[in-house]
Structure formats: C-alpha cells, structure tokens
Design a protein around this ligand. Structure first.
Ligand SMILES: [Zn+2]
Length: 169
C-alpha cells in the first residue's frame, strides 16, 4: 500500500490498524505517523500533563471501571503473585527458558560455566552487568574507565575477604 504522506509503497504491516477504515488500515504509514506525533509533541510541550490534569476524573473512572470489569482476572494475577519483580516469577521464567528445547541441560551447563568464568576473571561484561543492576546505570553507556575502577574495587574486596582470617590472627 502507498502511504499518503511519504508516497512510499510499504507492506501492510507498516500501517496502523484502524477499524474506522473499510480495510481496517490507516492510510498513513507508522513511520510518518510516529514522526508527525513526535513533531506535535515538540510543538505542544506539557500537553500530556495538562490533558491528564484536566481529565483526571475521567481517567480515575476508567481505571475503576476496568478494575471492576476485570476483577476476576486481576485477582487471579494477584493470587499467582505474577510480578516481574518477584523471585517466583523470575525463577519460573528462568526454568521455562532453559527447558524450552532439547539439550537445554547442556546449554545451561555451558551458560553456568561461562558465568563462572566471567565472574572469576572479572570480564567487562560481568562488571558492567553488576554496575547496571546495582547502580541502575545504562549497560551500554558505562565508560571503560568506570569498568576498570570497579574491577579494581572488586579485586580489593576479594583480597580482603580472602586474607581476613590470616590478618586477624
Ligand atoms: Zn509514510
């Protein structure tokens, strides 16, 4: 289908669904639509917040109505303790992930070996992972210098822990 904005012939999946159109597809491609929305937001800063404040009552009612109509479903979620933060969920997804295919045990063993290696040798991958998990840094933006510093710190802590008994005698 040809987009009415950029006039590029694109596959149907590149057009947003919209029931208002007979064929169920909007005539402007997703990219053009996204660009237009982004520009509009730039020209109208604070609109979202203003809209939220002005429509807070409507919003609250919508949330309430949703809760009421989906009560069973929401209760089920609560019962299951289904939460991305809960240990149970993480454990479940981990198990699930590793049991998906045949030979997953081998794969898991390889993964464990790899992890042990990067932890022992303090590879940048591991140090960056720690920094992003514990300090909330963006994994991809962590500078090498910080990785080096952090590595030294971990090494020092390891030496301290290792030799503590002999120093305390
Ligand atoms: Zn377009």
């Amino acid at each position: 289908m040809i987009c009415n904005k950029c006039h590029i012939d694109r596959p149907l999946v590149d057009f947003p669904n919209n029931k208002k159109f007979r064929d169920g597809k909007e005539k402007t491609c997703k990219l053009c639509k996204y660009k237009r929305n982004a520009e509009w937001r730039k020209l109208n800063p604070g609109y979202r917040h203003k809209y939220y404040v002005e429509n807070i009552e409507t919003h609250k009612q919508q949330v309430k109505a949703y809760r009421e109509s989906h009560r069973e479903h929401l209760n089920a979620i609560k019962r299951e303790g289904y939460s991305k933060d809960s240990g149970r969920y993480r454990e479940y997804s981990r198990k699930h992930y590793w049991s998906k295919e045949k030979g997953s045990e081998k794969r898991f063993a390889r993964y464990t070996r790899y992890n042990k290696k990067i932890i022992k040798e303090l590879k940048p991958t591991y140090v960056k992972r720690l920094l992003s998990r514990k300090m909330g840094l963006n994994y991809n933006l962590i500078p090498e210098s910080l990785v080096e510093l952090s590595k030294t710190q971990i090494q020092l802590t390891r030496i301290l822990n290792e030799r503590k008994p002999q120093w305390n005698q």
